[in-house]
Every structure is written in structure tokens, then in C-alpha cells.
Design a protein around this ligand. Structure first.
Ligand SMILES: NC(=O)c1ccc[n+]([C@@H]2O[C@H](COP(=O)([O-])OP(=O)(O)OC[C@H]3O[C@@H](n4cnc5c(N)ncnc54)[C@H](OP(=O)(O)O)[C@@H]3O)[C@@H](O)[C@H]2O)c1
Length: 346
């Protein structure tokens, strides 16, 4: 099979981890699937962009980006102003979107995804914005243009969640879910329990590369609300906006409260949930709750996440993801990339 040309939009924690993974898994991809990915474009906001349809030097690009350098020197083709022009110059077949989440508009990722699908390029995204602000439009546009639009990494990082429902739970109806879906707040709550003050706990989360670019997106519960909206939209066929999810962040939790709750055996967790009410409407919320020890949600600590699904086929199904980070997220992107290249669309 000829190499598949990739363009990465955003080259932060996640897409750099993907670039490293493409190198580390090069032999496995070739031997197990006969696949080769060729990086032909990398686009950032303030650190320049590099385009070369014959392929970019991946290791050098990562090294330079990690040192805070610009990317322009690596390109062989002069980039143009518009994304669709650069996708064409790069002869892109798949675009990987990993720019920061704007929980209130979904931009700029929404426009990036729309542009790529209109240009005939498959899309894989780690950014939840396009899901909650444009899922139906993007899904229909992708289908009309015989393209993939995949987003495994948007919720629960690299753990199989959307592909689980797509491939392993045929015709199952999701009735509701409940979980701890935001690693940053779970980590911060643990740091508060250990006696750190709030600002130090946020800084520690940023150092791990798990916090959103703007950490208030995590702390105020926005990231979690976007995840609830994404799951309800895609898996429950109930499109809701993040602003329609009842939301409370963890800003009001003090170190004393966190320690006391933990000491009483009822740690505080930022709980995400949605469930179809008897009348058919959807009730969705995000907020801190003190969870008793017997509840599996109490057992996830640090950056780990958990989700419990209730379906009409399997009464209860729980996934726990231990210690995710940018590498885990990159793995979800890689799984999507493999699916794109191995699953032709009619
Ligand atoms: N980190 C995780 O573990 C994780 C887990 C699941 C999902 N995600 C999602 O993955 C996405 C990326 O996260 P990250 O941690 O990699 O973020 P990050 O480290 O802040 O990197 C963001 C990248 O996007 C670039 N960018 C910003 N605006 C852009 C624009 N308009 N056009 C092109 N590039 C642009 C930035 O360029 P400059 O540096 O030049 O500004 C930077 O390279 C987010 O949507 C996040 O929600 C992350």
C-alpha cells in the first residue's frame, strides 16, 4: 500500500506524542498492516508551519518544537494563507486536528474539520469542539464525500469508547452514563487532599501536559460538560450543547474540604452524568460530589478516568482508564488513523 499522507493541525502535547508514536510504531504498522504514514504538513498558530509533500523529518520536527523553535525551516514548499490551500500543497489524505478546545464555540477546530472534509480529506480529531458544535453537519458531509470523520481521543483519551459502540456493541441503545471524565480536576482534587493549595495543584497538572491550554476550561467544569454533550450527541442521539449541561466546577473545593471528605471515606469527585428521563428528555450534569467508597467512581485517583454505561443490552458496563496522558490520547488518534486507512468507504 502506498504511504498515507498526514497533515497535523496543532503540534502541542498531543500531536507531538502522535509524531513520536508514528516513529516508534513504524515497523509494527508495516509488518502487521502493511501501512506507512508520511507526515507532509504540520501547522501551528504561533510557531509556523511546514509543508513538504515528499515527507517531513519527523524526529527533527518534534525536537525543534519541544525546544520552542519555529517549524518553517523544515518545509520544502512555501505555505499559503488558507488551510485548504495547505492541505492541497501537502497532498493531504488525512488531517489530524489537535488544537486547543474552545468550549463555547468549538472554534477554530470546527472550521478546520469542515474545511478538510470539503477538500476531500479524511479527519481524525482529539478536539471535542467539532463534535458538540457540528456533529450532524460534519458526519453528513463526511458520508456525502465518502470520507471518515473519527474522534476516538475526544473522550477518555485513547481508551476505546466510540469504537466500542461502533464495532462491539451493535444495536445497543445507551440509556445513560455516569463517570469521572476530566483527568485534570481529578488530579487537582487528589493534590488538594494531599495538602497542596489550588494554584500549585493546577501548575502540577499543567506540568503533566494533561490540562487544557486554558486550565479554567477544566476547573470550571467546561471540559467535562463538553464531554457529556459529546457522548449524548454521538451515542444517545440527543444533541445538546455544553451550555445545556447543568454545570458546577471544582473552584469551590478547598484543601480542607477535600481532606475532610477523603478522611470520612467519601472523596470528592467531579461527576459527569446523563440519563434519559421517563418522558424521553435528557438530564445531563457535571458537578462535585462526595462519593462513598463502595461506588467504583470513588476508586479512580490521579489522572485516571472512569465511565459506567447503562444500555438496553448490557445492563452495566464500566471502563476505567489508568493514568492517561498525551501518549494515551495519541494512541486513540493512531487507532483512528489505522481504521481510516483499513476501512474503505463505498
Ligand atoms: N492533553 C491531553 O492529554 C488531551 C487529552 C484528550 C484530548 N485532548 C485535546 O487535544 C487537543 C490538543 O491538546 P494539547 O494538549 O496538544 O494542546 P497544546 O499542547 O496546547 O497544543 C495546541 C497546539 O495547537 C496549536 N494551535 C492553536 N491554535 C491554532 C490554530 N488556530 N491553527 C493551528 N494550530 C493552532 C498550537 O500552536 P502554538 O503553540 O503555536 O499556539 C499548539 O501547537 C485539545 O483540543 C484537547 O482538548 C488533549
Amino acid at each position: 500500500m502506498p504511504p498515507t499522507n498526514l497533515v497535523l493541525v496543532g503540534f502541542g502535547n498531543v500531536n507531538r506524542a502522535l509524531a513520536r508514536m508514528l516513529l516508534a510504531k513504524e515497523a509494527d504498522l508495516r509488518e502487521q498492516f502493511g501501512l506507512e504514514f508520511r507526515l507532509t504538513g504540520v501547522i501551528t498558530r504561533a510557531h509556523g508551519l511546514a509543508i513538504a509533500s515528499e515527507g517531513l523529518p519527523v524526529a527533527d520536527l518534534v525536537h525543534s518544537a519541544e525546544a520552542g523553535g519555529r517549524l518553517d525551516e523544515f518545509g520544502r514548499t512555501k505555505p499559503l494563507a488558507q488551510l485548504d490551500q495547505n492541505l492541497r500543497l501537502a497532498q493531504a489524505q488525512v488531517m489530524v486536528e489537535a488544537t486547543p478546545l474552545n468550549p463555547r464555540t468549538g472554534e477554530p477546530a470546527l472550521t478546520h474539520v469542515l474545511t478538510a472534509l470539503e477538500a476531500g480529506v479524511h479527519v481524525v480529531t482529539a478536539n471535542k469542539g467539532p463534535l458538540v458544535y457540528g456533529y450532524k453537519t460534519l458526519r453528513d458531509l463526511a458520508a456525502q464525500n465518502h470520507l471518515h470523520f473519527l474522534f476516538e481521543s475526544t473522550v477518555l483519551d485513547g481508551a476505546p469508547l466510540f469504537s466500542l459502540f461502533r464495532d462491539a456493541l451493535p444495536v445497543a441503545r445507551l440509556l445513560g452514563f455516569r463517570g469521572v471524565l476530566n483527568s485534570t480536576t481529578n488530579f487537582i482534587l487528589g493534590e488538594l487532599e494531599a495538602g497542596k493549595d489550588f494554584a500549585d495543584a493546577v501548575r502540577a497538572a499543567q506540568a503533566l501536559g494533561i490540562a487544557e491550554t486554558d486550565p479554567s476550561v477544566d476547573v470550571d467544569g467546561w471540559d467535562a460538560a463538553v464531554k457529556v454533550a459529546a457522548l449524548a450527541t454521538v451515542l444517545m442521539d440527543s444533541p445538546i450543547l455544553p451550555s445545556q449541561v447543568r454545570r458546577e466546577g471544582i473552584g469551590g473545593v478547598t484543601p480542607a474540604m477535600a481532606r475532610e471528605a477523603r478522611g470520612a471515606g467519601r472523596p470528592i469527585k467531579l461527576v459527569c452524568q446523563a440519563r434519559r428521563a421517563s418522558g424521553g428528555s435528557l438530564e445531563a450534569s457535571v458537578g462535585p460530589e462526595s462519593i462513598p467508597w463502595g461506588d467504583p467512581l470513588a476508586s479512580v485517583s490521579g489522572t485516571s478516568s472512569i465511565i459506567h454505561f447503562e444500555t438496553d443490552m448490557l445492563e452495566g458496563l464500566t471502563l476505567i482508564e489508568h493514568n492517561p496522558g498525551p501518549k494515551t490520547t495519541a494512541y486513540g488518534l493512531l487507532a483512528d488513523l489505522i481504521h481510516v486507512t483499513r476501512t474503505p468507504l463505498a
